[in-house]
Design a protein around this ligand. Structure first.
Ligand code: WT7
Length: 636
């Protein structure tokens, strides 16, 4: 038990959490990892997974910052997530409990999931999908998205999942950039009782670039959709063919072979394709899940994210299956048809661990305590938070109303790039609301100034990571130079590779990390990561707009909202109706989550002499703050 000597508002773990936890002593593990990083991961990798062939080098830094892990090893993440379990008693354990928004339910045991994945993989193989090929997946939260991802991985194909809340141009750009030859989608997805027309959006995206040879369409919502002859195939028809063989051999992969790419927004330009691999990612994601959320055989784990983001990739799809856990997946909105939908799900499925985002908690908090109070939430043992800093008020509500002051909250800081939790409590860690607490064992980080020197306690600086870790991204697919320049160039020095997270943070006198937010042009809206560049280019793609600049401004519910500034083309009238049209246009091109809350028409935008929009100045103006150093500002 930790000594009660920490500063500020601190929540110490309840006695039963400590005595029932299987998680090893944090200080001891951290010390072991620090004294021999490669040895630490070597032992974990040896003890917990099946490898077709062992590695000769645990960590290879010879081409840093292109770090490699478990070099020489052969495996396949799907072998560890499915194939090995069906040889044991877990064969008939429930892998996935699924509930659709309309209330329909499905469960899949490991055996059933293994067969389904085999069938989809056989179909993909019959379509000519091979190791290294890219497959774009654009679906709602239905079991088939999990099946599709695993089917690709089983064949050694690289999946590129595009979140179902993205729209035409976002989807098109990602398909084109990845050169996908097959796409998998649904006719639609249920959201708040409405249909998101995924297939229509896919058609429009493919219309803009017809590189995809085949589209597999899973029927979910049942409305009429266009099926392009020779290109589009219903999945249920394919399943009736003899090619849909549940037995499909799992491809033998190098530990360092690509598993997936996932596009995420960065500082400038187009979204970046973050690349993760079979070996290190497998080890990192499942080890962090086991250690932080203390997953036990009889747990019902619910990661309420979407599989289309890294949270879903790591902690809905891969890590829980690797651990042989039972997961819940829910298709729809938390408030549909009533604001107790989530609490009803917890009660009815006996969820023991709930992992969600602060924005969801704040959204549900608004409806008051009577909704959760209608339900028996006593099954909950641990809670989790991810995606943005959690404000202490939401933390306390989550802890008191949902966790009944018993279930500790694991506030996990990480990124698409990191693949797994990096700063996080473990069940026994004393908690401070709003702080993700301490680095995961083996992770070393720092908070530094402009020169890369550590700043004193309680001062804000750049959050950097100074050690490699197994689940780290390996590169940006198709753009290795940008990988180096975006993440490693800024702070690396004296032969030491230092990873720039893009976040600012403070470290308090107890060593607890308080992440403040992004320092680049990434905007976190309801925990979703969006880039200013994508939204700006959607705005200027409208015939009325000459130039656009967008910024994020703080919002109580969403964390941030988007504010857009537009310069109109000559002769175009700035009207409220046009502002609405432009908001809708961004929604159509990028996705509803990217819609600016406000569009303001201006005659000029603050720019540097080299023509870059100074969003910092726009932000200061919007918030009525000091505009700071304007020496690089171009005069109007
Ligand atoms: C950015 C990464 C990785 C999971 C989902 C987001 C912010 C994430 C926290 C947290 C404060 C957080 C950071 C980070 N973030 N978790 N617990 N506390 N901020 O992945 O979309 O790649 O976004 O999300 O700003 O850099 P992502």
């Amino acid at each position: 038990m930790a000594e009660r000597t920490l500063n500020g508002e601190v929540y110490y773990p309840a006695e039963d959490i400590v005595s029932n936890s299987n998680v090893p002593d944090r200080a001891a593990v951290t010390q072991a990892a620090e004294s021999d990083l490669a040895g630490f991961w070597n032992q974990i990798a040896e003890e917990n997974y099946e490898w077709f062939e062992p590695w000769h080098t645990t960590l290879d830094s010879s081409e840093a910052p292109f770090f490699k892990w478990f070099v020489g090893a052969k495996t396949n993440i799907v072998h560890n997530a499915l194939d090995r379990h069906i040889k044991t008693w877990r064969r008939n354990k429930v892998a996935l409990i699924w509930e659709g928004e309309p209330g329909d339910r499905r469960t899949l045991t490991y055996h059933q999931l293994h067969r389904q994945v085999g069938r989809m993989a056989s179909v993909l193989r019959a379509m000519g999908v091979r190791k290294g090929d890219r497959v774009t997946i654009y679906m709602g939260r239905v079991p088939e998205i999990v099946i599709a991802m695993l089917a690709c991985a089983k064949l050694g194909a690289i999946h590129s999942v595009v979140y179902g809340g993205f729209s035409v141009e976002a989807l098109h750009g990602r398909i084109e950039d990845s050169h996908s030859k097959v796409a998998i989608t649904c006719d639609g997805a249920w959201l708040r009782g409405n249909i998101v027309p995924l297939k229509d959006i896919m058609d429009e995206a493919l219309h803009r670039s017809p590189t995809v040879q085949n589209v597999i369409v899973v029927k979910r919502t049942g409305q009429e959709v266009h099926m392009e002859p020779g290109r589009d195939l219903w999945y249920h028809d394919l399943l009736n063919l003899p090619i849909a063989d549940p037995y499909c051999e799992t491809e033998v992969m190098d530990a360092e072979d690509p598993l997936f790419i996932l596009y995420t927004s960065g500082t400038t330009g187009r979204p970046k394709a973050i690349l993760h691999t079979h070996g290190g990612y497998m080890v990192g994601t499942s080890t962090t899940l086991r250690t932080v959320f203390d997953i036990k055989e009889d747990d019902v784990w619910w990661c309420a994210a979407d599989p289309g983001w890294i949270t879903g990739h790591s902690y809905i799809v891969y890590a829980p299956l690797i651990l042989g856990a039972t997961s819940l997946m829910y298709e729809g909105a938390p408030t549909h048809p009533f604001p107790d939908r989530w609490w009803k799900l917890v009660e009815e499925h006996g969820v023991t661990i709930l992992y969600t985002a602060p924005t969801a908690i704040r959204g549900l908090m608004r409806f008051g305590e009577s909704w959760p109070e209608r339900h028996d939430l006593s099954s909950l043992r641990l809670l989790g938070s991810v995606g943005e800093p959690i404000n202490p008020e939401a933390w306390r509500w989550y802890h008191r109303v949902i966790g009944k002051e018993r279930a500790p909250i694991m506030d996990t800081w990480w990124q698409t790039e990191t693949g797994n939790f990096m700063i996080t409590p473990m069940p026994e860690t004393p908690l401070k609301p709003g702080s993700a607490s301490l680095a995961f064992p083996g992770v070393k980080l720092d908070v530094v100034d402009e020169e890369g020197d550590p700043v004193p306690a309680n001062e804000e600086g750049y959050l950097v990571i100074t050690t490699p870790w197994p689940a780290m991204m390996r590169t940006l697919f198709g753009d290795p130079d940008r990988y180096v320049s975006t993440y490693w160039e800024r702070f690396s020095k004296d032969g030491e590779w230092i990873y720039m997270t893009g976040d600012s943070a403070k470290r308090d006198e107890d060593g607890y990390i308080w992440v403040i937010g992004r320092v680049d042009d990434v905007i976190k809206v309801s925990g979703y990561r969006l880039g200013t560049a994508e939204i700006e280019s959607a705005l200027v793609s409208h015939p009325t707009v000459a130039e656009a600049g967008v910024i994020g401004v703080p919002d109580e519910l969403k964390g941030n909202i988007i504010k857009a500034y537009c310069i109109l083309r000559q002769g175009i009238e700035p009207t409220a109706k046009l502002a609405d049209t432009l908001r809708e246009h961004v929604g159509y091109e990028v996705g509803p989550i990217a819609k600016p809350a406000t569009v303001e028409f201006v005659n000029s935008l603050p720019k540097t002499r080299s023509g870059k929009i100074m969003r910092r100045v726009l932000r200061a103006r919007a918030l009525g703050q000091d505009e700071g150093d304007l020496s690089t500002l171009q005069p109007d």
